[in-house]
Design a protein around this ligand. Structure first.
Ligand code: 5AD
Ligand code: SF4
Length: 483
């Protein structure tokens, strides 16, 4: 394959691997729209499709904010849009296949609308293999930019409009923390709040440390300012976001920790606080105490375990054992007895034996999680695990996933039965996806509930009696007193 690296500023796996000592800068003036791009989008529309995790959803809000500042308006119709962006996810191969499918589909649209600017951004843009594939096979792409280049969108769009050639800008060394980015939030009462970017854990299967760079925490004051603003504009719930929120503050060179931050956020008095995601390794007793102490920190923790076997955990580079994980799990359940705990599990890690998989099942039977996101291991180029030989046939991996999911469903159902007859607090989101006559929302324990109620209460927290509990959702009726 032709080496494009000398022509473009593309991603570099070598750079992405390194963790430099250079201080991250916290900038509140790094974003600007060049004078000749102000208002360039007037009368034109943009379409963004987001794949993957909440970090991408939050980035899409920033991209939308930038485009709207330039005068573009949003459209749900990809066929009508003047700017189309795919904000991509690289976590597993099937996530990438979906994106390549969409890129293929957009070829025809580009033919009928040659002035359309078609961009690919997000985690896949940070991968050398992906960028080379796009360059080789998908000439319909006009612009590729990485997760550290979002603030450069106005400049890059301008270049893409002027140049016939593909515009590529992907920085593999992480960027600074930029505080003056605009955003168009997807929801009026629930908001994502970034508290840190990147990940330093380098679990051996995971591509995220390469696509999102080293850990960079936002200053506590900036986060609190954002939460206060959200609260003042009527937001009821915020979710603090980071690849590993428990590491928050370690890079700030002061005493700030995630526990300090959580407490400061709780004191703003916003109704509901959630956070995701947590690495068990640096989840400590201080954090549990703070969660237990404040009613506005929701009793719901996502605590990915990945495997229940010590040898596999070691090969995964997870830095904890089954025993230490269970100690933490028990401590959470002891201090916050009704706490919902959910997890992520990977089956079929290279050479995982049936016995090792049985350890995962036995851990699951002990923890009886409220829910788990379960995956078949997917090798990601450039990660250490991708180099490991693997003797487990795909059919065995599929079988393991099936067996594990049977347990997931069983305990999800059992966990939901506990709420039958109880009155729960629900943040009303709107009509349910399946039935417009029914409202839906989430309880404090993060359970989806569909209920008969007053549609004027959207965006409010109401009391709902649970009348039925199924595996994936509760059913209920809003109490009269809320009407
Ligand atoms: N293969 C399968 N699952 C993965 N995850 C991360 N990397 C991989 C991979 N290479 C899962 C982990 C993680 C979740 C977000 O995705 O379980 O917690
Ligand atoms: Fe990936 Fe591990 Fe970092 Fe999570 S903690 S993003 S699994 S490297």
């Amino acid at each position: 394959m032709k080496d494009y690296s000398k022509y473009f500023k593309g991603p570099s796996l070598k750079d992405a691997r390194s963790r430099g000592r250079t201080e991250v800068q916290h900038l509140d003036d790094a974003f600007e729209i060049p004078a000749d791009m102000v208002g360039i989008g007037k009368g034109q529309t943009y379409y963004i499709q987001t794949y993957g995790c909440q970090a991408n959803e939050r980035d899409t809000e920033t991209l939308s904010g930038i485009l709207e500042m330039m005068g573009y308006t949003h459209t749900d119709e990809v066929k009508q849009a003047d700017v189309v962006l795919l904000n991509t996810c690289a976590i597993r191969e099937n996530a990438e296949e979906k994106v390549f499918g969409k890129i293929g589909y957009l070829k025809n649209i580009k033919k009928t609308r040659p002035n359309l600017i078609f961009g690919v951004c997000g985690c896949m843009a940070q991968e050398e293999v992906v960028v080379n594939k796009i360059l080789e096979k998908f000439p319909q792409v006009d612009l590729i930019f990485g997760t550290h280049n979002i603030h450069r969108l106005p400049v890059l769009l301008k270049q893409a409009m002027l140049e016939k050639e593909l515009v590529l800008e992907v920085w593999s060394k992480e960027g600074d923390v930029i505080e003056n980015l605009p955003s168009h939030r997807a929801n009026n009462y629930k908001a994502w709040v970034n508290i840190m970017y990147g990940c330093n854990k380098f679990c051996t299967y995971c591509i995220v440390p390469y696509t999102r760079g080293k850990e960079r925490s936002r200053e506590l004051d900036e986060i609190i300012k954002e939460v206060e603003e959200l609260k003042n504009s009527g937001y009821k719930e915020i979710t603090l976001l980071g690849q590993n929120v428990n590491s928050y503050g370690k890079d700030l060179n002061n005493d700030t920790s995630f526990a300090t931050l959580l407490e400061a956020v709780a004191k703003t008095g916003i109704d509901r606080i959630r956070f995701t995601t947590s690495h068990p390794w640096d989840f400590n007793a201080d954090m549990i105490d703070i969660i237990a102490k404040y009613d506005n920190i929701m009793p719901s923790i996502h605590l990915p375990v990945q495997s229940g076997n010590d040898e596999v955990l070691k090969l995964m580079g997870r830095r904890y054992s089954k025993e230490s994980y269970l100690k933490l799990f028990d401590m959470i359940k002891e201090k916050i007895p009704d706490c919902t705990i959910t997890t992520d599990i990977i089956v079929g890690f290279p050479n995982e034996t049936e016995e090792q998989f049985q350890d995962t099942l036995s851990l699951y039977n002990y923890c009886k999680y409220d829910l788990a996101y379960t995956f078949i291991y997917s090798p990601r180029e450039g990660t250490p695990a991708a180099k490991m030989e693997d003797n487990v046939p795909l059919s065995d991996k599929e079988q393991r996933l099936y067996r594990l999911n049977e347990l997931v469903n069983k305990y999800a159902n059992e966990a939901n039965q506990k709420y039958l007859g109880q009155v729960v607090k629900v943040l009303v989101e709107g009509p349910s996806k399946k039935n417009p006559d029914v409202l839906s929302g989430y309880t404090e324990h993060n359970k989806l509930i569909n209920f008969k109620g007053d549609a004027s209460m959207v965006g409010q927290i109401v009391d709902v009696r649970v009348t039925e509990a199924k595996t994936w959702a509760l059913t209920g009726e809003q109490l009269e007193s809320n009407n």
